[in-house]
Write a protein that binds this ligand. Structure first.
Ligand code: ZN
Length: 339
């Protein structure tokens, strides 16, 4: 395993190299060095726990790597019977940094549904064993696509307003609980003005985990097929408009097999590199979970150390918004962005 040489790595988005003509009166100019790939580190907030050990793990990680996160924040912390607003604020204000992007993550526990005015449904669940949560937490394991479109819309609108009331304006990114978003969810996102979707998941990373072959795995395959492993963002066309899909192609670190993650990563990247010339740099999206950060972030520490050892600074850390803006520029320039 390669060890980190520098304690603090400040990522450079673009690295510039000085180039000059041999026989030319032109002054020197700068060209962009090849950026092999871009990395998005994302974190789903489940709305179920606020443990100090996880907060410390997140703060430690950010202190060491100084990279932006896309936090998919969850409105359920504000409706959870066990958490006070002050407690949630104290936790998030330490976990979120100014360079981070705040998105929306949704599960359907009954305490959130009740506040949104949506009647609870009971299936399908992520696991064929059903939902084990008691009382007001029941429903956490039910898929968002169990709900009709008007119910999803009501829940999404309520959630965005609730987050706005706590200072989170202009949320532009979404990831569904258990990655379970279908057409009705995409249409709702388009209708409420959230342009970026990141629920497409690479099921390869569920192999060998307790989810392999379970509902989560099977539905993910049905919903996204191979699109969850795509290395380039793509256009998701709905009847209500289009979204930019940024697939979670490196899965969640919770389910990483540390024995073969490096090989899997290099195979994925090699597939993307062949297309790179005309489509730009591949975008690799890693997911994690706030509620299991202490257990799993050590895997990400090792992985980033590996990336720096293997690829130097020929990659950059970005957020969904960076990718979105970059793609808008490409569209404006008239190139064919979307596959
Ligand atoms: Zn979740």
């Amino acid at each position: 395993m390669t060890h980190v040489q520098k304690k603090y790595h400040v990522p450079k988005k673009f690295t510039f190299q000085k180039v000059s003509f041999k026989r030319n009166t032109s002054p020197t100019f700068f060209v962009r060095r090849e950026v092999k790939f871009k990395v998005i580190i994302s974190m789903d907030w489940e709305g179920t726990g606020l443990e100090e050990k996880n907060l410390m793990a997140i703060c430690d990680f950010k202190e060491r790597w100084r990279v932006p996160f896309v936090h998919y924040h969850n409105p359920a912390y504000y409706t959870h019977p066990n958490f006070s607003e002050a407690e949630v604020h104290a936790f998030t204000s330490l976990a979120f940094s100014k360079d981070d992007e705040i998105g929306l993550h949704l599960h359907t526990p009954q305490h959130l549904l009740a506040r949104a005015g949506v009647e609870p449904r009971h299936s399908p669940c992520f696991s064929r064993l059903g939902d084990y949560n008691p009382g007001p937490m029941k429903g956490q394991e039910v898929m968002l696509l169990a709900y009709q479109k008007h119910e999803v819309k009501r829940l999404v609108e309520y959630s965005l307003n609730l987050l706005k009331s706590h200072g989170y304006y202009h949320i532009q990114s979404f990831r569904a609980g258990g990655w379970m978003a279908d057409e009705r969810v995409w249409e709702v996102l388009s209708e409420v003005g959230v342009p970026i979707e990141s629920s497409a998941a690479n099921r390869r990373f569920l192999e060998g985990s307790s989810w392999e072959g379970d509902n989560l795995d099977r539905y993910s395959e049905l919903l996204w097929g191979t699109r969850g492993s795509e290395l380039f963002p793509f256009n998701l066309q709905t009847f209500s408009g289009q979204l930019l899909e940024i697939p979670n192609n490196l899965g969640a670190i919770d389910y990483w097999n540390t024995e073969n993650i490096y090989q899997t990563f290099n195979e994925l990247l090699a597939a993307g590199t062949e297309e790179q010339a005309h489509r730009g740099a591949p975008v690799l999206v890693i997911n994690s979970h706030q509620e299991t950060a202490a257990d799993n972030l050590p895997k990400l520490h090792e992985f980033l150390a590996y990336l720096h050892g293997a690829y130097g600074d020929a990659f950059s850390f970005v957020t969904n918004k960076d990718i979105y803006i970059d793609n808008l520029e490409k569209l404006t320039a008239g190139s064919s962005l979307y596959a």
